[in-house]
Design a protein around this ligand. Structure first.
Ligand SMILES: [Zn+2]
Length: 434
């Protein structure tokens, strides 16, 4: 069941396979009133081939004087959403090098095949929601999910605002009418999971199984948000037991004052609109869903976007598992209800390759979750959860394909993984549940 492994048709034109970035140092200044961003990105890179030239992704922002290993390049040009760099001498395969890029402009969400993504202004602040192609809207990057890097953020923003980025918060300091915030993401992270959240937020601190939990929200929304997110520590505890240890040092939820169309995961934090600050299942399932992406999507990340079911199917199944764990309907009840509903919908979507237009179609989520439930029914609870924990442990902080999951299933259960999964992944009709 080998699948294509050529370029990514879901985000055409993004990423350069000829080099890897190991670390991004982003020193940014944000002027919220003018929606202006200026910064210096310093990228620590490795050549994967001999590099006569290479490309970074950057959307609409203007690049200043670039320096490669301390020297200006022989040539640099900006074409559409690419920064093309030609070093003075070819960088040999395997060599390390640094690129320092000053840049500035007025960031906008970046259009793509699936819609717009990336930097987005709020009524009083901003969010970055980059999945799958929005990272170039705010920093120059090698925008492919299989090129994970560590990150350091230094962000200068107006006083009175809170800045939240990925990873561990560092010291903040006052600088005139602004405040400088620092964050470090020490776990490898795909560019689409890097984020910046700025708003008038206060912190609701918490803790679960040794993981620091912070919920950020506007002060006036504190009571509603505290109530809505009250089960988050229990979710972290439950998922750590089912999926293996929480994969990052901390977890934050940012609740914006604005209503948002959908919540979204980033690495070690998730973003919710104020319209999800309530107790009912329709909000709780999404709070569980975004948290589950820390295991499935952020630590274990797809190598190609066609494998999106490895993120969304697993996170959707985690919703049903949370329902079961918290005394609601069982995962089996959710599965049978959604199976009945899916049976009545067009069966024209291939789970293993849904296409860029349908990558976030609800059928990918539900059929993906049903695929896992069918596997659970077939192998039993012990083998099923052992497999999920082996998946998150073996591929922790790395990238995967569907074949990796099929092979691991075969290896751990002794069953023919391809025979088990093919009807769900590679064929159109919806299989019956066991
Ligand atoms: Zn999701």
């Amino acid at each position: 069941m080998r699948r294509r492994t050529d370029g990514d048709a879901y985000v055409p034109g993004h990423g350069d396979p000829s080099f890897a970035v190991d670390h991004y140092d982003l020193d940014l200044t944000v002027n919220l009133a003018a929606n202006a961003l200026s910064g210096v990105a310093t990228l620590t890179c490795r050549a994967l081939a001999d590099l006569a030239s290479f490309e970074l992704d950057l959307y609409r922002l203007r690049v200043g004087k670039v320096v490669i290993d301390g020297r200006p390049p022989a040539k640099h040009a900006q074409r559409r959403h690419k920064v093309v760099l030609r070093p003075r001498a070819t960088i040999p395969a395997g060599a390390a090098f640094t690129v320092k890029i000053p840049y500035s402009g007025s960031p906008r969400p970046m259009p793509g095949k699936d819609g717009e993504a990336g930097w987005e202004e709020l009524e009083d602040g901003l969010i970055v929601a980059s999945q799958p192609h929005g990272a170039p809207s705010w920093f120059p990057c090698n925008d492919r999910p299989d090129d994970k890097a560590t990150y350091a953020f230094t962000v200068t923003a107006p006083q009175g605002y809170t800045v939240v980025a990925n990873g561990r918060p560092g010291p903040t300091r006052r600088r005139g009418s602004t405040r400088v915030w620092t964050y470090a993401e020490d776990a490898p992270m795909a560019s689409y999971l890097a984020t910046l959240q700025i708003g008038r937020y206060v912190a609701l601190p918490g803790e679960s199984v040794g993981v620091a939990l912070t919920t950020w929200c506007p002060p006036a929304r504190k009571p509603a948000v505290a109530e809505a997110f009250a089960d988050q520590p229990a979710m972290v505890e439950s998922f750590s037991r089912l999926f293996g240890p929480y994969p990052f040092a901390s977890y934050a939820a940012v609740v914006t004052d604005d209503e948002l169309e959908i919540p979204l995961e980033a690495q070690s934090l998730s973003i919710f609109g104020s319209n999800l600050a309530y107790r009912a299942w329709s909000a709780q399932r999404l709070i569980a869903h975004e948290l589950a992406h820390q295991w499935f999507g952020n630590s274990v990340t797809l190598r190609h976007w066609r494998d999106i079911w490895l993120h969304e199917g697993f996170a959707c199944y985690a919703e049903w598992l949370w329902s079961e764990a918290s005394g609601g309907p069982t995962a089996d009840a959710h599965a049978r209800q959604h199976h009945a509903r899916l049976s009545g919908l067009p069966q024209d979507l291939l789970l293993a390759d849904p296409g860029p237009d349908d990558m976030f179609d609800d059928r990918v989520y539900k059929r993906g979750a049903l695929t896992l439930h069918a596997l659970r029914l077939r192998v039993g609870d012990d083998a099923f959860f052992d497999l999920l924990r082996a998946w998150t442990s073996r591929f922790r902080h790395s990238t995967v394909t569907t074949d990796d999951f099929v092979e691991l299933t075969g290896e751990l259960t002794g069953l023919d993984g391809a025979e088990l999964f093919s009807p769900w992944l590679d064929e159109l009709p919806l299989p019956a549940l066991p």
